[in-house]
Write a protein that binds this ligand. Structure first.
Ligand SMILES: *Cc1c(COP(=O)(O)O)cnc(C)c1O
Length: 424
């Protein structure tokens, strides 16, 4: 089948021993999935998930018992007091925006203790001037850079905390940066440090791509709010839209008032018939995340062996599903993305090209042939067209498909003359 689908013998010969070396890594990933599968199952059983909860609601969505159960199940699985899980949250950036706006008032300050936040948040915060930003609402922003080695600069963080600091935003995943993704326990240490200086500061974690990659989540280590997208890990590939915020009851109430309206809060919001996909997607999420992790580890191993800089490295522990590879030239970045596109179940016949994207500063190339538009728990790759031409690769609903995607990317790089294999 590989030959039939355009993979050449030298690509297969090169990757076969790489895969064989990953047995133990894969066992660890499976063990985490096993634990998280039971965590989700336990939450579903605890809250008496039943067929009646799958019913669609429309209009205001009052008395939507299924929606309430979904939020109880998320809260329970994340060991949080409350959750807001809604199709009315349009994407990850929107979920983060709701969380950021909900708990600050004019005169307050937001601190990022982990350097620059995700690109789209620059406009939300007002780092890049934008209508409707937090800056326009009189909320100031400060960031403490990470140290050279990617660790927290506790001195700088301490200095940045002041009487105005109301909320701290900690991004778990690297986003479009070459820095390490933080483990949940590292995030826990950071939260303890910050609360030691200012106990009432709200610690919010951008958990995008991190869900179920470890046995614990940021809410297990003191995060007041933990935020993510349903078209990434927790939607399990089935959720067609949505975002979630889990955390303390006080914070989730504020988020609900911000998302709908003061006074209405969590009481409104029709589920539009999407609940079966949310429940089932959450159920599948631990194993789907495991497939994406295996794909990432395989990609790191293959590209590291070819001499590329990869982050994280092949041997490192994983705290998210993102794999960055420094490809070094626009040609290589474009070829890689074309290869991923050719491996897709949908739109495999089209060819991605770099273009401007709302919320992003540089032109971006994105490869995704998805069942759910833009879903990045599905096999996808993207990267901004700026040196050093990093590709950020993620997803794979199944391991065989993720593997095929990496083989296709390698084949495309070979065909473009970027990589050469020893003669067989
Ligand atoms: C994906 C992502 C976001 C934004 O989510 P969108 O759904 O693309 O708006 C924010 N932060 C991080 C770390 C992400 O990976």
């Amino acid at each position: 089948m590989y030959f039939k689908m355009g993979i050449s013998e030298d690509v297969l010969a090169f990757t076969r021993p790489v895969e064989a070396e990953l047995k133990e890594r894969f066992e660890t990933i499976d063990e985490i999935a096993e634990y998280n599968q039971l965590k989700v199952l336990h939450a579903m059983q605890e809250h008496h998930l039943q067929e009646a909860y799958f019913a669609a609601t429309t209009g205001y969505g009052y008395n939507d018992r299924g929606r309430e159960a979904l939020e109880e199940i998320y809260a329970s699985a994340f060991h949080a007091e409350a959750a807001l899980v809604r199709p009315q949250i349009t994407c990850g950036t929107h979920a983060l925006t709701v969380a950021l706006f909900s708990c600050v008032r004019p005169g307050d300050e937001i601190l990022s203790p982990v350097g620059k936040p995700y690109d789209t948040l620059e406009e939300v915060i007002g780092i890049r001037e934008s209508p409707g930003s937090l800056k326009e609402w009189g909320v100031s922003y400060r960031q403490a850079e990470l140290k050279e080695d990617g660790t927290f600069d506790y001195e700088a963080i301490k200095k940045a905390i002041n009487e105005k600091t109301k909320l701290v935003e900690i991004q778990r995943s690297k986003g479009y940066l070459m820095r390490p993704t933080f483990s949940v326990s590292q995030i826990g240490e950071l939260i303890s440090f910050i609360k030691g200086i200012k106990p009432d500061v709200i610690c919010m974690v951008d958990n995008c791509y991190g869900e179920f990659t470890e046995k614990i989540e940021p809410t297990d280590v003191g995060a007041d709010m933990c935020v993510g997208s349903l078209i990434k890990n927790p939607g399990g590939g089935l959720a067609p839209i949505g975002g979630y915020i889990v955390g303390t009851k006080a914070c989730i109430d504020q988020c609900a008032y911000r998302l709908s309206a003061p006074g209405l809060g969590q009481e409104v919001g029709a589920n539009l018939g999407l609940l079966p996909s949310y429940f089932q997607g959450f159920f599948l999420s631990p194993t789907v995340t495991a497939a994406a992790l295996k794909t990432a580890v395989f990609a790191a191993s293959v590209y590291e062996k070819l001499g590329f800089t990869v982050m994280p490295s092949a041997k490192e522990e994983r705290h998210d599903i993102i794999q960055a590879v420094t490809l070094g030239s626009p040609e290589a970045l474009i070829a890689f993305c074309k290869g991923i596109q050719q491996a897709a179940p949908v739109d495999a016949f089209v060819s991605p090209v770099p273009d401007d994207m709302p919320g992003y500063e540089d032109p971006v190339i994105m490869a995704a042939g998805n069942f759910v538009s833009g879903s990045s728990i599905e096999l996808s790759a993207d990267g901004p067209l700026r040196p050093p031409y990093n590709v950020y690769f993620q997803g794979g609903l199944t391991w065989p498909h993720g593997k095929f995607g990496i083989l296709k990317s390698l084949q495309a790089l070979k065909d473009a003359g970027v990589v050469k294999f020893p003669a067989l």
